[in-house]
Design a protein around this ligand. Sequence first.
Ligand SMILES: [Zn+2]
Length: 117
Amino acid sequence: MALKRVTNIHYKKHRTCLKCGTNLPKDLKDNSRIVCEYCKCEMIVDIHGNTLTLTAADHEYLRHRITPEEEKKQTENADPEVLKKLRKELSLAKKEAESWKEAAEGLARQIEEMNSR
Ligand SMILES: [Zn+2]
């Protein structure tokens, strides 16, 4: 028996019982538990955007569910730091590229001068 399935909510072939493959009810709700009509196994439904996740109820630790609020908090926390770091790295890389360009141009001039002698 599969313990977990992550799929697109519109992909009907995957909206089936993890254990026996019986079709699940059409109106799956986020953060709810359903019981298969056929084999009576219990599953947890998580819906996030177009992603449907089914987890065997006996293995709830596999859910890794984060609420939209938590997700928002995480991106809010991460973004300024990451952006700052990326910007710094980008400006350093640009400076480095400029100095390499200058060095290369200087070298090219030297070679030209040497060839013209
Ligand atoms: Zn079943």
